[in-house]
Every structure is written in C-alpha cells, then in structure tokens.
Design a protein. Structure first.
Length: 417
C-alpha cells in the first residue's frame, strides 16, 4: 500500500540511488588515502604518520563543513547545492593532483571535505524525503551503502591504481568522475525550490538529549574503527607479512564486511535498534581487541579486518536514522551534525592512533586505541536504551511505521511533513 508520500514500502525512487553514487565517490576519496599512505609519504617527503594527517584533515573539514554549509545553503535549491558541492569536490582533486607540496595537498583535502559535507548533509535529506517515511531508514542505509561500497570497489581499485600510476592517478580519476556526477545529478534530480525553512526550528531540534546520545554513538563507533583502519596498511605489511600488492585485496574484505554491516543495520534499524547497536558495538570492541594478538598471521589479520567492517558499520545507519527521527521536521542541521559526528570520530581516532603508532606500542597501538573508543560507544547506546522505551511509540510513528497504540498519528505526521 503506498505511503502518504506516494512511495511504496520497500521500493526506493531513482534519486536515492543517484545520490548513493555521489556518496560512493566521496567515500572513496576519504578512505583511499589509507591505502596510499606509503606512496604519498615517499613522494611528498613526509613520514607515514605525518601523511596520515591527510585523513585527519579531511575529517576536520567535514566536521566544520557539514553544519556550516548546511546552514549557508539552507534556502538554496537542493539541486544547485549538490551540483556546486560536486564542482568544488572536482576542483579540490585537480589541485591536489597537480601539487608537489604536502601543505597544498593538505589544504585541498580540507576544501574537498567542505564540499563533501555539503553534499552529504543535503543529500541525506533529499533521499529520505523522496523515499517517504516508510522507507526513510532503508534510504539512509542505501546512502551509507554508497559509502561502504566505496570500500569494496573504490578504495581497492584506487589502491591498485596508485601502485601502478602513483598516488596522483586516483586523484585524477576522482576529479573526472565527480565532474560527470555533477552533470548526472543535474539531469536526474528535479529542480525544486525548498519548502519554507527556519534556522530557528533547525537549532531548536538540537535541544533533545536523545539526539546528542545518537550523535555521540556515531562519533565513537566511527572513531574506533577508523583509528585502526587508518594505519591498517603498515599493520598488514609489517606485522602480518602480507605483500604490499595484496593489501588492496584485504581492503576489499573490509569493504565487503562494511557493506554487509550497513545492509544489516538498515534492515534491522526500525525493528530492533537497541539490540542491533549494542550487540554490534560490543562485537566491534572485541574484534579490535583480538587484532592485537592475532594480527601477526595473514589469515587471521584478514578475517579480523573483514569483521571490523561488518560489526562497526552495522551501527552507522541505525544511529543516523535515529538522529534524523529525533530531529522531527527540522532534519537538515541534524543530518549535517551526524556527518560531523562521524568525522569527529575519524579525526580524533586517526590522530590518537598516529600518536600510538609512534609510541612504544608500535603497530599494535592503533588497534588498542580503536578498542577503547569502540568500547566507549556502549555508554551512549545503553543510555538510549534506558531512556528510549517511553518514547518508542512516538519514534516509530514519526518514521511512518505502523503504531498499534496511535493508529491516527501517521496521517497527521505525514501532513506535517
């Protein structure tokens, strides 16, 4: 039966898949650097840990850029905002590919991150609105699926290409593809003016404590996973003894796990958010802890990298969907802050892990840092579980799912939207 939005449950409109393709490109550029750190460090004359700042800087740009750009473009047509973001993204990659200065490459990464933050914050709102309330969580999962698919295809292919052509090759490819994506977005996303929006309403939605618990969980789970993933290449080559040429295959294993986790979280997010997130976060901490003693073997190291993606990324679509629901009718700033939360975790996790890598802990330092951060994710998730049940009927109704005790509310909520 069609929903009030005109969308059949389980069926997503084309625009969601188009936007997911955009997140694929942006996920690729964020994470491909992890597989190119040795090449980047050697060519730009810096240490591997210093080259890791390219990941940290991108994350910081996302932290600042997502909410800032969301507010700056709040009254612009959404299609124009998405095209502008992809154009800046393209330009940033061109500058990086042409530069021989680490500082300029670092600055280009920050600018690229600002554009990425704008694209994601607007893209999530466009996708969930187009999908309708019944399909909002699934649309969120598909959008994040574009990000995780980047780890299955984009990052390994970028790593292979980087080994063959140097690290600049993937940057040139991303510049060309993002330019094509801008044309594609202009063709398939309707040119619509935004509905009347209120910055005050967007800010007022941030008063809810549950929203900040969901954002804290998003920050911590991503920080735990990326603390380890950022420096996974030296761990695999120097500790597990995996040849450098085979590292992209291990990154594919991580991406497959992450895609499976995103799919699992997207499917279970509406029905069992508490059990799904707490179980996945606890499993992530355990996997990262086991990586410390077991990463010396190539088989167990590969398996653990796969499980790290599977368990860690199961949490992402659930906490993202919860945050969007808690925001109610003012989702744009919340969408941006969710992006900022993930990237705060990435920036903090990769920075702390880089320090641990240079310490006496050596290659096992990043997994240890990741274990601690992932374990801390349980705190906001348990708090949500404690405070969430009294609000569960309201949350489900707002998402468009049937609510036994409030049969008349879905129609009211849809009319408000």
């Amino acid at each position: 039966m069609p929903s009030a939005s005109g969308t059949t449950p389980g069926k997503l409109p084309l625009v969601v898949w188009v936007l997911a393709a955009g997140t694929f490109l942006m996920g690729t550029t964020e994470f491909v650097v992890a597989g190119l750190l040795p090449e980047l460090a050697g060519d730009l004359g810096v240490s591997v840990s210093h080259a890791g700042l390219l990941i940290t800087a991108f994350a910081i740009g996302m932290i600042v850029g997502a909410p800032t750009m969301a507010m700056a473009t709040l009254r612009l047509p959404q299609r124009r905002t998405l095209i502008l973001a992809l154009s800046v993204f393209c330009l940033g990659h061109l500058v990086a590919a042409l530069s021989t200065s680490f500082t300029i490459v670092l600055a280009a990464r920050v600018v690229t991150a600002l554009a990425t933050g704008a694209f994601w914050s607007v893209g999530f709102v466009v996708a969930t609105t187009a999908a309708g309330p019944h399909n909002a969580t699934r649309a969120t999962g598909v959008m994040i699926g574009g990000l995780t698919l980047a780890n299955v295809v984009g990052v390994p292919v970028g790593s292979f290409a980087g080994q063959l052509t140097g690290w600049r090759g993937p940057f040139w490819a991303l510049a060309v593809l993002s330019g094509l994506a801008a044309v594609f977005i202009g063709r398939f996303i309707p040119a619509r003016q935004r509905a009347e929006v209120s910055i005050r309403a967007e800010v007022r939605a941030l008063r809810q404590g549950r929203l900040w618990l969901a954002l804290a969980a998003a920050m911590l789970i991503m920080g735990g996973v990326l603390a380890t993933y950022t420096y996974v290449t030296p761990l695999l080559t120097d500790r597990a003894g995996i040849p450098a040429g085979a590292v992209p295959l291990v990154l594919i294993a991580f991406g497959v796990g992450a895609l499976g986790g995103t799919t699992t979280g997207g499917r279970l997010g509406d029905r069992r958010p508490t059990v799904t997130t707490i179980t996945a976060a606890a499993a992530t901490a355990l996997v990262l802890l086991l990586m410390i003693p077991l990463s010396g073997n190539p088989v167990t190291a590969t398996l653990l990298v796969f499980l790290m993606g599977l368990t860690g990324f199961t949490v992402n679509p659930v906490v993202t969907a919860l945050a969007m629901r808690f925001a109610g009718d003012a989702p744009t700033l919340t969408s941006a802050l969710t992006t900022s939360a993930f990237n705060t975790g990435i920036a903090a996790g990769s920075a702390i892990a880089g320090t641990a890598l240079e310490s006496s802990l050596g290659l096992t330092g990043p997994p240890l840092v990741g274990t601690v951060i992932a374990a801390l994710t349980l705190l906001p998730l348990i708090a949500l579980a404690v405070h969430g049940p009294s609000h569960q009927g309201r949350i489900v109704a707002r998402s468009g799912a049937p609510a036994q005790r409030r049969r008349d509310e879905p129609a009211q909520v849809s009319s408000q939207r």
